[in-house]
Design a protein around this ligand. Structure first.
Ligand code: 13P
Length: 338
């Protein structure tokens, strides 16, 4: 693969009005989501659910890429077509989560560091062979009394940068995801400060590891108050603080920022993205790479029953269509009834 391929993949993933479907939940995470709805979690039910999402008719109008989990990238449609091939044929770029999860970081107050660097070069080569053209690695930063610590920010930023360098060398566009969690009762202002500090250390480390900024995407969290905070910021406050934070910390060489939803209600995540893109003249594309905010309605509609596949696909299509409009700053609430 060439530098040109990395550049064209990165640009294609954030082409006008398109964003990414994050469907890369680990077996443990998807099993929890299934359990909440009373759905049994087996390799076959997970496969059937992922087929429902990934084969939604017309989805490539709004979805440029789909992030898969290790189990899913090796699975196929009921008709026997490997998922990466099915995606590619429908105009959606296959991606892969390559981290192995957030583990306890020694000598900190319950902070986490994401692992998965061991053997990553070989795994990247295999995923490329399986059809993946981009990757994701998620670091989690928790806000609390006296945390995040420098130890946590530095360890996670260094791992993200080493992952990104390995991916670029192996032909995958890395999505660099430092997620500042919404858990807790911290203020909106505190989230702004922690996210600014996190992004600044992440870019320092990306430069130190020679990561080509033009060949990566950033997947950050929005600036929001903790979910138990007494005061929640308005949609316009969230949008303006988030854009200010990114303008100060994300170099213009990065082709795109693809937001995570982090547990926000699906319509709210759409409203936030729309407000950020309304009348904006930003140096990078600002679009979505939502997991729950794209999938929640589809998952509860499907509910483990084959008879609901078409209705579930319509639910995903609607969320993708609304978010596509939000990425262009032209979303309206009336679209929810279309
Ligand atoms: P959420 O949008 O549900 O936060 O998921 C996005 C994601 O990929 C988290 O790693």
């Amino acid at each position: 693969m060439t530098a040109n391929e990395l550049e064209s993949t990165a640009k294609a993933l954030v082409a006008d009005g398109r964003g990414i479907l994050a469907a890369d939940e680990s077996v443990a995470t998807i099993s929890k989501r299934f359990a909440n709805l009373g759905i049994e979690s087996t390799p076959e039910t997970r496969r059937a659910y992922r087929q429902t999402l990934l084969t939604t008719p017309g989805i490539s109008e709004f979805i440029s890429g789909a992030i898969l989990y290790d189990e899913t990238i090796r699975q196929s449609t009921k008709e026997g077509k490997p998922f990466p091939q099915a995606l590619e044929e429908s105009g959606v770029i296959p991606g892969i989560k390559v981290d192995t999860g957030a583990k306890d970081l020694a000598k900190t107050q319950g902070e986490k560091v994401t692992e998965g660097l061991d053997g990553l070069k070989e795994r990247v080569a295999e995923y490329y062979q399986l059809g993946a053209r981009f990757a994701k690695w998620r670091a989690v930063i928790t806000i609390g009394d006296n945390i995040p610590s420098y130890a946590c920010l530095n360890a996670n930023a260094n791992a993200l940068a080493r992952y990104a360098a390995i991916c670029q060398e192996g032909g995958l566009v890395p999505i660099v995801e430092p997620e500042v969690l919404m858990d807790g009762s911290h203020s909106f202002e505190r989230c702004f400060d922690v996210t600014s500090k996190t992004l600044s250390i992440v870019f320092e480390q990306l430069r130190a590891q020679n990561v080509t900024l033009e060949h990566m995407l950033l997947k950050p969290s929005m600036i929001v108050a903790g979910k138990d905070a007494p005061r929640q910021a308005s949609v316009s406050e969230v949008a303006s603080a988030t854009v200010t934070c990114y303008l100060r910390n994300v170099p213009a060489a990065v082709p795109g920022i693809v937001l995570l939803s982090g547990g926000q209600a699906d319509q709210l995540a759409t409203e936030h993205l729309n407000a950020m893109n309304t009348g904006a003249n930003l140096p990078w594309k600002l679009t979505y790479s939502y997991g729950r905010a794209l999938q929640d309605s589809a998952l509860s509609t499907w509910a483990g029953n084959d008879a609901n596949v078409e209705k579930a696909q319509k639910a995903l299509y609607l969320r993708a269509k609304c978010n596509s409009a939000a990425a262009k700053g032209v979303y309206t609430k009336e679209m929810e009834n279309s």
